[in-house]
Every structure is written in structure tokens, then in C-alpha cells.
Design a protein around this ligand. Sequence first.
Ligand code: ADP
Ligand code: MG
Length: 328
Amino acid sequence: MDLIVKQLTKSFGAVQALQPLDLHIRSGEFTTLLGPSGCGKTTLLRMIAGLETPDSGEIWLDDECVFSSEKGVFKPVHKRKLGMVFQDFALWPHLTVYENVAFGLKAAKQTNGMKERVMDAIGAVRLSGLEQRYPSQLSGGQQQRVAFARAIAVEPKLILFDEPLSALDALLRDEMRDELLHLVQSRGLTAIYVTHDQLEAMSMSDQILVMQGGKVLQKGAPEEIYHRPTEPFVAKFVGKSNWIDPDKRMIRPEKLRWTGRPGDLTWSAVVKRVSYLGDRYEITLELEDGTVWAGYHDQRLQAGDRVLVYASPHDTHSIHPIKEEIYV
Ligand SMILES: Nc1ncnc2c1ncn2[C@@H]1O[C@H](COP(=O)(O)OP(=O)(O)O)[C@@H](O)[C@H]1O
Ligand SMILES: [Mg+2]
């Protein structure tokens, strides 16, 4: 399902949660809204879902207008044919797994062939056999699977995720991330996924929208966001950045080398700190002018060591903030 958002805005009192936003998400794409807490991710998602009323603008799902401030259109949440998964799972504690999943279908007024659809969704998230359990009798990962099952049971064309994995511990989070992605892809769903976790965003998405202060700063494939940030904030929020010229030119830590080649740029630095990451060491460096950088080494250096670091000029990146309004 294609999603088109035109000039959407939302304020809460004096807080402009979302500045005028244009957005086009194509069918089958996995799009992530990435940004720090309070940047407006949840507000945007809730407006797409129909849980929050925008101040102005339009929202289109394929060629159906589901919201327009000008035309006075507001389709309620159950008429938008969406699936939703939230951080806190939002399961009913007094309903069984089966009943929780069926609840989604009833709310969407889709009761035809309900039993089969519920069982199919429960099977898809590998919870067959646990239909009669209550949420309190399930692990965190299993509870999250019930929430997925409830979202996919309505056979949505568009599925919205709001930080669905952040309540899970690290190992389980990785496992659920793969599972969630597989589920979305195998069902051909269009997904919008909200997270503040850059690694999650990078590993799952076809495209990432980096947000700050109610604005989309940059939109692109993960590789593009990482290698060619167009704003200093994006460079700093996604991965680590070493600044050659503050907010203008930077280099990623993995591009720094400890031996030189012809044509290299060279910096003299002192090792400040060494952290073992398992597969390598992260070296915190202080340059002569006091700038702090990060680099990676396969051997442990000692704090206080004086070193030379090298990089090819081609591996540096200059930031060119786009002055015009960004159309995403
Ligand atoms: N119901 C609300 N009432 C007042 N302010 C709100 C409400 N919901 C969100 N906000 C404010 O809008 C901004 C964006 O919030 P939110 O969309 O929840 O951000 P995020 O999901 O990126 O953390 C924040 O400043 C937040 O405090
Ligand atoms: Mg949020």
C-alpha cells in the first residue's frame, strides 16, 4: 500500500511536534523513522494510524484520502486497515492468546472465517499450542509475538511499529528483529517502524528518515545515511563521526588507518582510552588541537601512546546542508 502524506502538521500547545511534512512510502518498503526521544516519531505514527488528529495536511492510503483538514475527512482507525504493534505490547491481561488475536479482528469488524485467521496468525508467529494461555503466563518475547499476531491477523497492507523491541533484552531483541523482518517480508507488508536505535534502523530498513525536533532532516537508504549525511546531526546520530572541520567535514572511525599510504592525510594524536569490543579495540584519540576522535585497532594500544593516524582524502565526507525544504 502506498502512503502519501502532504503538509502534515501537529502542535501540542506551544510544542510543534511535527513541522509541515511531505512523505511518500511505496508499497512493500520497510521505512524507519529514526531520531532521539521527543522528535515526533510517535506523533507521526499515531496520525497515520488515526489515533491522533493532525492540525493540517492530508494523508492518503493508496488512492483513498483518510485525513484532510481542508475537506474535513477523518477515517477512524478501524477503517484504515492497518496493523499496529507498540512497545508495551498492549495485550488484554484477562484475555487468552486466542482472544487477544481475535480481538483485533473484531475491532476491525472482520469476523468472517475468524477462527482460521486467528490460528493462521498464531502459527505464523510460532505460538501454536499456547492459544489458551494468558499474557502473564508468557515470556516477554512470546507476548510480543502475540502483539504481532494480532496486527497481522487483520491482513493489513500497512503495518506500524512503535519501538516494538525496546522492552526486550539484547539477545532476544536480535532474534525478534530477524523474526519480525521475515514476517513482514514473507507477507509482502509495507512497514513503518519507529526506533531511536540506529543499529536497529540500519539493519532492518529499505529507507530511513532521520528526524529531529519535529522535522525530517534526511531520507535515504541506510548506506546513504551513514556514508553521505547531509546534516551534522545525522552524521553524529548515526554511527560515530570524527570531525576534521567542525560540522563541515568528517571521517568515520573505521576509515582511519595506523600506517600511511601515498597521498594520505595524517594526524598526530595521543591515545586517551582503549575499550575492548571483542572483535577489535576502540581507541579514543585526542588530536593536537584537543579534538576527540575514535578509531579501531586489532591490537591493544596503551593510554598515553603517541600515534600517527592516516586516511585517504576520498574517505572523508563533507556535509552540505540542503537549504531548500526537503521533500521526502
Ligand atoms: N499528548 C501530548 N500532549 C502534549 N505534548 C505531547 C503529546 N504527545 C507528544 N507530545 C510532545 O510532542 C513532542 C513529540 O513527541 P513524540 O511524538 O512522542 O516523540 P518521540 O516518539 O519521537 O519520542 C514531544 O515534545 C512531546 O512531549
Ligand atoms: Mg515515541
